[in-house]
Design a protein around this ligand. Sequence first.
Ligand code: 5GP
Ligand code: ZN
Length: 111
Amino acid sequence: MSDCIFCKIVAGQIPSKKVYEDDDVLAFHDINPAAPVHFMIIPKVHVDSLSECTDAHRDILGKILLLAPKLAMEQGLSTGFRTSINTGKGGGQEVFHLHVHVLGGSGPRPL
Ligand code: 5GP
Ligand code: ZN
């Protein structure tokens, strides 16, 4: 997906503030945070949204969800956090590369 902004972040063509990276996933802070702590976890492989996921994405989806509490804890969200997956235009999705938002910290209730 040459014109996908998150694929470009994965490829290092666009800089990001990384939270975590391994062979399969990347987590980085949202450029326009909606909470004191707001990062996203994405698969490195491009998939447009949750709606396009198949059984082939079972492992990566599980991995991302299991990473969320671990990374949230590391980012200081010890009392809890919120996750959000916007899917499709009607679901408020703006970047069509699957991502799980993780938000928390003091301040107004996010989303
Ligand atoms: P969506 O509405 O698709 O669930 O959320 C996309 C998110 O990506 C938005 O919260 C937006 O601020 C964030 N975003 C868009 N472009 C960039 C970028 O180039 N870098 C980073 N770090 N975040 C981005
Ligand atoms: Zn992509």
